[in-house]
Design a protein around this ligand. Structure first.
Ligand code: SF4
Ligand code: FES
Length: 255
């Protein structure tokens, strides 16, 4: 596709701190190349704001390659924007038209308080991981990988779940702000492999309890999380989480 330049009207959420009220402010972005990424487009806006001695827009990013999970904003009502299976840093401006108005807002969830502008505190996802998203088996030196045989369908499902980058878009997309897709992905990627099996049920129980304490909502099968996940994590992982959780509840009540 040949490069073109476009002019955009941006309505961007500005909020100085968690304690202050925020509002949408309007900016104009001229000469935006269709080859730029969405974050590069915000860089251009920020350069102009800095030249005008105005406060640049705060937004999260790191790798800009779709792997770290740091970026994320709601673009025209959709977490990570309109392209399926795409993080905000990998979204390109060729998907927008000259004259478009784009509304850019932070993730909205009680569990993700706004720090500034488009930056939210996603520490709740780290707390969830600390509650069970690990394996505690002590194996000593690393074993020869091929000595533990794993059926291919299980390793494929575990690796698919392991592509979750912890961006939080699933929470932002869910009308209940549930983190079930994120937790389901962790419970699958660890619990499907033999090394993570011994504590699979306990892991599910602890992570679900922690999720409730952190203020995430419940899953009501809306499937918005699956639709907006940039890594296309399947909701079958939520079904697996539910099965592990039920098993954990059975064992804890019968012991
Ligand atoms: S499940 Fe998808 S949307 Fe949720 S944190 Fe992982 S990668 Fe992001
Ligand atoms: S900046 Fe790393 S995934 Fe977007």
């Amino acid at each position: 596709m040949t490069e073109r330049t476009i002019r955009l009207t941006l309505k961007i959420w500005r909020q100085k701190s968690a304690a202050e009220k925020g509002r949408l402010e309007t900016y104009h972005a001229d000469n935006i190349s269709s080859d730029m990424s969405f974050l590069e487009m915000i860089d251009v806006v920020n350069e102009q704001l800095a030249l005008d001695d105005r406060e640049p827009i705060a937004f999260d990013h790191d790798c800009r390659e779709g792997i770290c999970g740091m970026c994320g904003a709601v673009v025209n009502g959709r977490p990570h924007g309109p392209e399926k299976g795409t993080t905000l840093c990998q979204l390109h401006m060729r998907h927008f038209n000259n004259g478009d108005t784009i509304v850019i807002e932070p993730w909205r969830s009680r569990a993700f308080p706004i720090i500034k502008d488009l930056v939210v505190n996603r520490g709740a996802l780290d707390t969830l991981i600390q509650s069970g998203g690990y394996i505690s088996v002590n194996t000593g030196a690393a074993q020869e990988a091929n000595t533990t045989l794993i059926p291919q369908e299980k390793s494929e499902a575990a690796m698919d779940a392991a592509t979750c980058i912890g961006c939080g878009a699933c929470v932002a997309a869910c009308p209940n702000a549930s983190a079930m897709l994120f937790v389901g992905a962790k419970v699958s990627h660890l619990g499907l492999l033999p090394q993570g099996r011994p504590e699979a049920a306990r892991r599910a129980l602890r992570m679900v309890r922690q999720m409730d304490q952190l203020g995430f909502g419940n899953c009501s099968n809306e499937r918005e999380c699956e639709a907006e996940c940039p890594k296309e994590i399947s909701i079958t992982n939520i079904a697996r989480l539910n099965r592990e959780f039920l098993k954990a509840g059975f064992f804890s009540s019968s012991s």
